[in-house]
Design a protein around this ligand. Structure first.
Ligand SMILES: Cc1ncc(COP(=O)(O)O)c(C=O)c1O
Length: 374
């Protein structure tokens, strides 16, 4: 008889970035060490007012509100109004502990609400957590292929998958491609198929082609926008994001998330208020990222001969390098820089490479100098 240990239970796959460890020694042996352009982790400072709020909130002792303090949700409401000219009732906004946990846990909550459905639709080349959230919930993860312009090919979604869908994820600007999606079409597709559309907009402040857009410009019914302060305000270590939109969906998520103790720490909530009320630091950060995108596109393009376009949004370069792993190894050895092979983001990315421009200018210049392009 088979013992319980013989059963093939869930084995978490290797975390994508851990697979890069073998390239680190190649870069570390160069003078000046490794220049890490792999994970999209911010390195620039958050605004002083945010750090002051973090240290002076007096919110350490008591449990924070899981749905987010009234001040935080009001600040989010005001930001959505200012940025997109959209009005969302405060009751239709909830806090999350950074958006990764929200993306990773959403399918299990939606499945409990709709046990007759079991499918998560997500962009075929994307942030891996959309698919992982489906897997962790025991759902079917069904990728949606892109059109040539990077928007989702919604017409290609099989009717049988649409009938079973709990959610359609969109991500605009996209990590990793930098493409902007057609949010009006996604909203219309969701409504006509009775599938909630969740729109991950955490890079929206770094939209380079036209103004930043939210799916909520197309109404709130059946739509939820997901935002993070990690990228906007260099607060990835503080863990704060929020979701806003459809009244019933948001209310359901607020309630179910309370039961698991998903709470943004009180001091982080206070920091979030200060961050959302300030736009000046975002303008400074936009300039930094655009400068680094342009410099690295030029340096890596000249070194490799690859055609490296600037993205329509986000702070990643995404380009066809022939073979993503081969390029990554060569760049680690010759330039001492670590980037991400495109297959981290789906099989469609195998030939590609993603470069996160999250190092100070002088570190980027070090890479340029190593490649003979200083
Ligand atoms: C597309 C996308 N969504 C969500 C996240 C999660 O960010 P956080 O959990 O810091 O809010 C990231 C982080 O890289 C991302 O790229």
């Amino acid at each position: 008889m088979a013992s319980i240990t013989d059963r093939p239970g869930f084995v978490p796959p290797p975390y994508p970035y851990d697979r890069l460890d073998r390239f680190k020694p190649l870069a570390e042996r160069l003078d000046g060490g490794l220049v890490d352009l792999s994970i999209g982790t911010p390195i620039d400072p958050p605004p002083d007012a945010v750090l002051a709020a973090l240290g002076s909130s007096d919110a350490e002792r008591g449990y924070p509100a899981s749905i987010g303090s009234l001040e935080l949700r009001t600040a989010a409401q005001r930001w959505i109004g200012r940025r997109f000219d959209v009005t969302v009732p405060i009751a239709q906004i909830g806090a999350c502990v950074g958006t990764k946990e929200f993306v990773g846990t959403l399918p299990q909550w939606l499945r409990l609400r709709r046990p007759d459905r079991d499918t998560v639709l997500f962009p075929a080349v994307a942030y891996p957590t959309y698919e992982m959230g489906a897997i962790l919930a025991g759902c079917r993860a069904v990728p949606v292929l892109p059109n040539a312009d990077g928007s989702l090919d919604l017409a290609a979604i099989a009717p049988a998958d649409a009938d079973r869908a709990l959610v359609l994820w969109v991500n605009s600007p996209s990590n990793p491609t930098g493409a902007l999606d057609d949010l009006a079409s996604a909203a219309a597709w969701g409504r006509s198929h009775d599938v909630p559309v969740f729109s991950d907009e955490c890079y929206v402040e770094f939209t380079w082609s036209g103004r930043g857009r939210t799916i909520l410009e197309h109404g709130l019914d059946g739509l939820v926008a997901v935002h993070s302060l990690s990228k906007r305000s260099n607060l990835a270590g503080v863990r704060i994001g929020f979701y806003a939109g459809d009244g019933e969906l948001v209310h359901y998520l607020q309630e179910v998330r309370k039961h698991v103790g998903l709470m943004v720490p009180g001091p982080s909530q206070a920091a979030g208020v200060a961050a959302l009320e300030d736009d000046a630091h975002v303008a400074v950060q936009r300039d930094r990222y655009m400068r680094r995108l342009e410099r690295l596109a030029d340096v890596l393009g000249r070194w490799s001969g690859c055609d490296i376009p600037l993205p329509a949004g986000g702070f990643y370069l995404w380009f066809d390098a022939g073979d993503g792993w081969d390029f990554t190894e060569r760049l680690a050895a010759e330039g001492g820089a670590l980037v991400s092979p495109g297959d981290f983001y789906g099989a469609g990315g195998t030939q590609f490479v993603r470069v996160a421009v999250v190092q100070p200018d002088e570190r980027i210049e070090l890479v340029a100098a190593r490649l003979g392009l200083g």
